[in-house]
Write a protein that binds this ligand. Structure first.
Ligand code: NAD
Length: 442
């Protein structure tokens, strides 16, 4: 049995992981079939979620406080549905029905009949708590309340209601009408029934739900912070943004981390890091990204970030100004810049994912390594043929991964690289991470 698992290709590993995950989903009460979804916040995410809901056959009530946002959302959603027709995903009659199932409203009262409400307003805990306390008053006691927060404490949001067992995280990825992954965030108080309904709703939107624990950044974004941290340190140590992106795309990542940062906006991560209580006390930590934001270089939206973008083009161009800025900052921090090869770039960024993944397994934020692999391939562009970061680590050998972590702990920083006990134990015992998959699934 173990031999078969060992010889699995990346793609076969993912197929098996998804099948086992689906068998483990909590089953919702068969008598309750959700047909009406409320979405609060008609911005980037709310529009995508509403579109996925309409394409999944739900009636959708989309609410925003800004009339302009609602008008733009209706146009955008209509366009996304037409695009689905062009791609042959649905016929013209079904598209018309989908458009007709959308109701937009500028008052929360419109949600009084919703069976599930998915919140996608600004990433601010006080604003979300206030909204959830209003939704708690407004909606029937069995309406499931979900938040699309990417980092905030879902338990703290649930505590603003009298129904914490009916509050769950549903973390969609952008663009939400396209990306398959949804992290379903479980709190200590959420009921199995609520988790089952959230999974089932996501599945009917043609998504792939993965249940994760409630911790800063959940699973995917928490690991992203380790990966991004190494990218940022490598920049200070002398690797250029374009060299790092080229190395990681040659490894198979869909995009390099610096092009991704510019696409999503460097200011988003900047704001999140400021609100994170456990932010490492290290002047090197995300220093380059912070410096760029402080100089108004936010990414594609401002025409310049890690790269520059000419005349509205989305094509990243290396920018000598950024290279000079980084070199000056490295000098100020006493870091000697050097030439860094692709192997080191790939090893540090990808091994950081594995180490962070092991920490999340230890804390039971991730259920098993296979869940992490599904999250990283379906949400973050990790190459599917490699099966995800944990499968990749097993194929390298955990002794190799541990030796690298120990080397980087001495060279880059103990605080970042000290090997989790789980990794050390498995490597020492000659076991693979996949041995934990069988335990979790048993
Ligand atoms: P956005 O700024 O594009 O949209 C937010 C919308 O919410 C705005 O239209 C605003 O008018 C509306 N709004 C604010 N307060 C409101 C209230 N009290 N009632 C009703 N409407 C209100 O934001 P976004 O990028 O769509 O992000 C929304 C949420 O999704 C955030 O929590 C974010 O962290 C999360 N998220 C974002 C992404 C992403 O890539 N953008 C990915 C995953 C999760």
């Amino acid at each position: 049995m173990r031999e078969t698992a060992r010889s699995r290709s990346g793609n076969d590993h993912l197929t098996a992981a998804i099948e086992s995950m689906q068998r483990a989903w909590p089953t919702p009460d068969g008598t309750r079939c959700i047909s009406r979804i409320g979405v609060v916040g008609a911005g980037t995410m709310g529009r995508g979620i509403a579109t996925a809901g309409l394409l999944g056959g739900f009636e959708v009530v989309l609410v925003d406080v800004e009339a302009d946002a609602l008008a733009r959302a209706r146009t955008d959603i209509g366009r996304l549905i037409s695009r689905a027709v062009d791609k042959g995903q649905l016929n013209a009659a079904k598209a018309e029905q989908a458009n007709r199932r959308l109701v937009t409203a500028d008052k929360l009262d419109a949600l009084a009949d919703a069976e599930i409400v998915i919140e996608a307003i600004i990433e601010n805990i006080a604003a979300k708590q206030k909204l959830f306390s209003i939704l708690d008053e407004l909606t029937p006691a069995d309406t499931l309340l979900a938040t699309n927060t990417s980092t905030l404490d879902v338990q703290a949001i649930a505590s603003a209601t009298r129904r914490p067992g009916r509050v769950v995280g549903m973390h969609f990825f952008s663009p939400a009408h396209v990306m398959k992954l949804v992290e379903i965030v479980r709190t200590d108080e959420v009921s199995a029934e609520s988790l089952g309904e959230a999974c089932e709703t996501a599945r009917r939107m043609d998504k792939l739900p993965v249940i994760v624990g409630n911790a800063f950044g959940f699973v995917g974004n928490r690991m992203l912070y380790g990966y991004g941290r190494e990218n940022q340190l490598l920049l200070l140590e002398g690797a250029s943004p374009e060299a790092i992106d080229a190395a990681l795309t040659s490894f198979g990542m869909a995009m390099g981390p610096n092009a991704v940062g510019d696409l999503t906006g460097l200011d988003i991560g900047y704001a999140v890091r400021r609100g994170w209580g456990e932010r490492p006390d290290d002047p090197r930590y995300y220093r380059v990204a912070d410096m760029l934001v402080e100089r108004g270089r936010l990414g594609q939206k401002s025409g310049a970030g890690m790269f520059r973008y000419e005349n509205g083009s989305r094509e990243p161009q290396p920018d000598p100004e950024v290279a000079a800025m980084i070199a000056a900052e490295a000098g100020r921090l006493g870091i000697r810049q050097r030439s860094i090869g692709d192997d080191e770039i790939i090893s540090r960024c990808i091994t950081a994912l594995v180490v962070e993944g092991c920490r999340l397994l230890e804390r039971r934020i991730a259920r098993c390594p296979a869940d992490i692999d599904v999250i990283w391939t379906y949400g973050y562009g990790f190459p599917r043929q490699l099966g995800g970061p944990m499968h990749w680590a097993d194929n390298k050998g955990l002794d190799v991964i541990l030796a690298r972590a120990d080397e980087y702990a001495a060279r880059v920083g103990e605080a970042y690289w000290s090997a989790p006990a789980l990794l050390r134990r498995l490597a020492t015992d000659g076991l693979a991470l996949r041995s934990l998959d069988s335990e979790a699934l048993a």
